[in-house]
Every structure is written in C-alpha cells, then in structure tokens.
Design a protein around this ligand. Sequence first.
Ligand code: 4AZ
Length: 230
Amino acid sequence: VVGGDFSTVERHPWMAAVFSRSTRAKTAQTNTNKLSVFLGKNAINETDVQREQEFTVSKLFIHENFDNTDGNFNNDIALLKIHGPDGRCAKESSSVKTICIPEAHQSLSAGTSCEVTGYGREQEGSWYYSQYLKEAKVNLLSHDACSSKEYYGNMITNNMLCAGTPDWSADSCKGDSGGPLVCRVRDRMFLFGVVSWGEGCARSFRPGVYAKVSNYHHWILQKTGLSSLR
Ligand code: 4AZ
C-alpha cells in the first residue's frame, strides 16, 4: 500500500497473508501444496503465536473465465479452501474474523470511501515489500469515469471496480493483489473488491483496479458449497 498508514490486523481481522514457497523454476500453474495462509498476521517476517493461525491450502478455485491474455485481468478472482493442523478450522479471535460478501450486483455510489489493506510495496519503485500491514482510504470511482480516455479507456470491464484518492496519494501496489477493498454498509464491513491491477501505483489518473466481488456472489456460494444453505 502506497500512502495511508501502518495498521494492525485487529483493525482488519479478515486479512489473510498468502505465502508461496518459491522453487528454482517458476511455472504458470499455482501449486496448492506450495501455499500457506496465515490469518491474524501483522508482520510478514515475524511470528506471533498469540495472534496468528496457520493453514495449508486443500483447494484452489481460479475463476473459470479468468482471462489474462495480453494483460487483460477480467474475472481476476480465486478462492482458497484452507485447513489448519489436523484439519482444524479457523478460530475467531480479536485478530481473526469473517467479513460479509455483498449481495449479487449490489453497488455503492461513486465517491464512497472504502479501505484497502495489504503487505505490498509502499512505493511503486520499491524493491522490497512492506514489513507490516498497511491500510489506506480510497474512494470508489464510477465505471464511466474509470473507463474514460483520461483513465483506463476500454481496459475496464463490468467485473472491475476502480478506487483512488482525489490527490492520487494512496493506492494498492505490487504485493497487495488478492487483498481486500472493504466498504462499510450500515455498520457492517463488506468485501467489495479484490486488489487486481493498475498502471503503476498512486499515479495520477491511474486508480487501483479491483475485481468487483458483488458480481461473484453466486460463484462464491457455489464454490464454497453455501448455495444449499440459502
Ligand atoms: C501488482 O502488480 C499491482 N495500483 C497491484 C495493484 C496495483 C498495481 C499493481 C494498483 O500486483
């Protein structure tokens, strides 16, 4: 996150830190057994057994219509099914809590203030990632503004949301991808966006682009097996 402030996971207890063990050769396929997920994590290079819970990934659902041909990021969303030691579930605590998923096609008006969090870069050109969790307030932009020629033109699909600050001082950045764009609706926190892409970070007229989670309400229920519980 560029701009904004250092934060704590207690303020964003739905935050997950996903680690991928890298080997010599990188392959296009993401291998679930190389992934580990931490909930309740504040600092990337420190272990805090009081706050943290560690999980392995048993299933990875990449959206069937994810399209990444020539830098197109349509349907840039995935779900990870996680398991703790001995198949245990996550345990709710002050540092680990769930977040609400928006209703299908629920939309918020342009200008709504939301927050993005992550362990990604603090500056576009930085060669290291933030050591600690950061948060920044960003405002939602209308689809029309974001797809105007001053912004991203036809690169913005209906499955994307744009957010930025009026002075372009705060934004998500490399390493924040997959992280949450959270908006408060009637005193509940909702995951409206998933950090996806952008041209650089905190550049003028280049807002952060997010997967529009409300478009995936049914997909999420289907993949998590929650559809039958409705
Ligand atoms: C990235 O490369 C990335 N400024 C993530 C977010 C943004 C740009 C790039 C948005 O992962």
